[in-house]
Design a protein around this ligand. Structure first.
Ligand code: SAM
Length: 327
């Protein structure tokens, strides 16, 4: 069986799996306060069905999996899925994207089930501001959640900060300071004009050059760094002198990462999506539930994977919210 390649010769070895479209947050840039029209439960892939997708893709070169959502930790028994995926021999790396709210109670169980690492969204370090951005007061303390992940042995731990001018950009230096005391990787992400971003404006976008300038002014020079050993995502990393952690920037508004794109996404309702910022999806759930082999459907999707998206040209019309596609 030959490995998965798209029409432009990019090898696909990374699958992001959304296990739910629901979330316990209502971040102002992502989801309306009243939520979205949720998928009916019967449309959502069971953990057994997700295991079958991974099992069928593994011999075709799938080696890395990320579990995401919506908020994946609100789906019951998530450790069962982690255990299923861990049992697929060629999967070398299992990561989780989470808002972290349930990490203090779940980190150990997930690590024991075989989870390797975690990316946690953290748009503020101040509980009252987290509640304001997330529009849900869950008494969430991001530092405690990251510490729980670390204590459970998850490694690396990445904190993803969506920087918004006038909303949380005054905390950039506080986030950077965390890397001086903790082996965490703080990544600043430019706000993207998708989903509820229509409610914010481009005036809220803070260029990463400005973020890095503020950090060096307050905390001293940054030197280029390799970043965490696991995970070859789109961030460019640097490090403060003597810091165990790193600082990363992800700049979707000024760069594309399409040339080295190695990933596809499985939506909670079983559609294979080949580009985050494109609407092209192939239904895997119907053949899966009919007991058909998935490879032809996956290859068809890859044959149509776009060469690049048009986010930089601000042409991303019709995009589902990131919560719906496993952003
Ligand atoms: N709930 C999980 C989490 O918090 O990581 C996984 C899903 S969430 C949609 C994934 C990431 O997308 C979060 O870090 C969130 O901040 C980010 N995100 C959502 N909408 C965004 C936007 N318009 N611009 C930039 N990042 C966005």
């Amino acid at each position: 069986m030959s490995e998965l390649r798209d029409q432009f010769g990019r090898t696909i070895e990374y699958l992001r799996i959304s296990v739910t479209d629901r979330c316990n947050f209502r971040c102002s840039y992502c989801m309306p306060l009243e939520g979205l029209p949720w998928l009916p439960k019967s449309d959502i892939l069971s953990y057994e069905e997700i295991r079958e997708v991974v099992t069928q893709l593994a011999p075709l070169g799938l080696s890395r999996v990320r579990i995401t959502g919506g908020e994946p930790t609100i789906r019951p028994q998530l450790a069962t899925l982690v255990r299923f995926i861990r049992a697929v021999p060629s999967v070398q790396d299992i990561a989780l994207s989470t808002n972290g709210v349930r990490l203090p109670e779940l980190a150990r169980e997930l690590a024991d089930a075989g989870l390797d690492r975690v990316n946690m969204s953290a748009d503020s370090l101040r509980p009252e501001r987290v509640a304001a951005i997330a529009r849900r007061d869950l008494k969430f303390e991001p530092i405690a959640a990251a510490a729980a992940a670390q204590a459970a042995g998850l490694d690396p731990i990445k904190l993803n900060v969506v920087v918004m001018r006038g909303i949380n950009d005054d905390e950039v230096v506080d986030f950077a300071r965390l890397t001086l005391d903790n082996p965490w990787h703080v990544r600043f992400i430019e706000l993207m004009p998708v989903g509820e971003m229509a409610m914010l404006s481009e005036a809220h976008v803070v260029p990463t050059a400005e973020i890095l300038a503020r950090i060096t002014q307050a905390l001293g020079p940054l030197t280029e760094s390799d970043g965490p050993a696991r995970g070859n995502g789109p961030a460019a990393y640097s490090r403060l002198a003597g810091a165990p952690g790193t600082i990363g920037v992800i700049t979707p508004m000024t760069h594309t990462y399409c040339g080295t794109c190695n990933r596809v996404r499985l939506t909670a309702d079983g559609r294979l999506r080949t580009c985050l910022f494109g609407d092209h999806e192939v239904d895997l759930r119907t053949p899966l539930r009919a007991g058909l082999p998935l490879e032809p459907f996956v290859r068809r999707a890859l044959a149509e994977k776009p060469e690049a998206h048009a986010l930089l040209q601000r042409r991303v019309g019709g995009l589902r919210a990131l919560s719906q596609v496993g952003g």
